[in-house]
Ligand binder design. Structure first.
Ligand code: SAM
Length: 187
């Protein structure tokens, strides 16, 4: 939690306008939404997450609505949002390419996806551990993948990366803390 706060602050910093957040969880990003955010459409399948977000939802002045249950199929017309946010959700969602394609559809032209995600490490020795440990990780942590090539997936979906920092998170084992924090523009 401690290590995550500065990363949440950084990834949320550039958000503005109407925002869709994929894998909203318990709303841990709420305190970091900048005042330029007009409203947030939260996409989260787990009722428990939404319930746990209660205090944070009450504490913010930014309107946040639980607007959908599945990032793979978003209930919005094309070109609805200025920005999208995903923090440590692309590891878990079964078809992450479907999510990215949906985000491209619902973002306005020039809209921004901001993300911080763990995934495939930059170094081969760490990648070997990730491949070994992934089956156990998936079983124990609700389908969480360790080897997703986040930046490639974002680029293959048609986004253009505009900011990127790839690093190992302090205090996390490298196989789990190979993070990509960045922003990508939708055409
Ligand atoms: C590791 S948690 C991260 C939660 C939150 N983004 C955070 O930073 O604390 C992954 C989240 O993705 C959600 N999730 C799983 N499948 C999903 C889907 N198909 N669409 C949207 N969210 C999904 C999970 O319920 C969970 O809340």
């Amino acid at each position: 939690m401690k290590a995550a706060a500065p990363q949440r602050r950084r990834v949320c910093a550039g958000l503005a306008g109407d925002v869709v957040e994929i894998g909203f969880g318990s709303g841990l990003n709420i305190p970091f939404y900048p005042p330029a955010v007009a409203r947030v459409a939260a996409i989260e399948p787990a009722d428990l997450g939404w319930k746990l977000a209660g205090n944070r939802l009450r504490a913010t002045t930014i309107p946040v609505e639980r607007a959908g249950l599945d990032g793979q199929s978003l209930p919005f017309p094309d070109d609805s949002f200025d920005a999208a946010l995903s923090t440590w959700s692309m590891c878990t969602i079964p078809d992450v390419s479907a999510v990215l394609s949906e985000l491209r559809r619902v973002l306005k032209p020039g809209g921004t996806l901001r993300f911080v995600e763990h995934g495939l490490a930059p170094d081969e020795p760490v990648r070997r551990w990730q491949r070994r440990l992934e089956p156990v990780q998936k079983r124990l942590f609700g389908g969480c993948h360790l080897t997703r090539p986040i930046v490639d997936l974002v680029t293959e979906a048609g986004f253009t990366i505009t900011e990127l920092d790839v690093y190992y998170e302090e205090g996390s084992p490298k196989f789990l803390g190979a993070n990509s924090l960045g922003a990508a523009r939708s055409a």
